[in-house]
Ligand binder design. Sequence first.
Ligand code: OGA
Ligand code: NI
Length: 369
Amino acid sequence: MAAAGTDSTSGYDRTKGIKEFDQSKYGVKGLIDSGIESIPRIFVQPPETLATLKPCQSQTNATDIPVIDLQNINSEPHRPKIVEQIKKAANEWGFFQVINHGIPGTVLEETIQAVKSFHEQPAETKAKYYSREEMKGMLYASNNDIYRSKAATWHDYLQVWTAPEEQRAKVEDIPEIVRKESVEWDVCAKKVAEDVMELLCEGIGLEPSKFKDLSLSGSRMFVGVYYPYCPQPDLTLGLTSHTDPGVITVLLQNQLPGLQVKHGEDWVDVKPLPGALTINIADLMQIISNGEYNSVQHRVRANSCKEPRISVVEFLNIGKWQDCEYGPLPELVSAEKPPRYRRFTKDDFFHNFFSKGLDTKSFIDKLKL
Ligand code: OGA
Ligand code: NI
């Protein structure tokens, strides 16, 4: 049966429920503003997911995801240590937080506030941006995989392509309420991502500029996610479990918990740290690094606080595909370390992304040798 089909045992028409929600263009924020006290059925997760939401899932919460201090990144005694920390974190966790990354606290706050303000505009104002055309320069919607997933999750999002030139939103098409901030944040997040990519290169013996030269930060998307209060947080998620499809992701969030990372069998909370950014390895980085760095499952719990949780997610991806194929870098492949993944093209990548729900089989699994 299709993920979004009719449940023949109860007569419940899931497709209809989804369509009504989607066509209202109100998003999850609109549902909460209408005063609902229980969540519509389209958001209720299947039992196997609900079973993982029980408290005390992660006994190992004593171990937190690594926090890496980027201060003194360019000074000789510190840099090799930072490289080692990043290498270990990217291998063992696929996730780490960075502090002293060089972006002023005021910029972090303004960016979060602008995303919050966008989502808190009247429903009619936001409705004109609501779209399912994912390659559009700029759009707002709820649940990008709503027609492909088993259950919807409790968030809305604003998406702005910021690069490459032929893909990005025209600055004047970005809603004014978040225009200056999204443009500025793209510059800041790209800088941090490129600093981290250099460290990642050094960690596996590549030229520091290798990832940048391969244009691994050449395609970028700014996503401002809004997780409103959820009246039944034990029945749904904020964002379903997934790995990020691109190369690397930089995440800024306000101080509300919710993000969890899979580590072994456990879901480990990413504890918000004032001024920090969270960085994670995405699928293409795992493939290109021939598995030296790992793209790890993560999800967001539904927000049980009255205050909204806000995250600003900058996705970095390959910018120059042309007729290229990408795959494990030859420098990282040897008789002892044979390639672990097949090579792939732009079409392979996009076809995989648009043909599945977020939480289904990843691109990595399909390319495994
Ligand atoms: C994502 C993601 C986490 C968050 O958008 O891919 O993992 O905290 N977001 O919003
Ligand atoms: Ni993600």
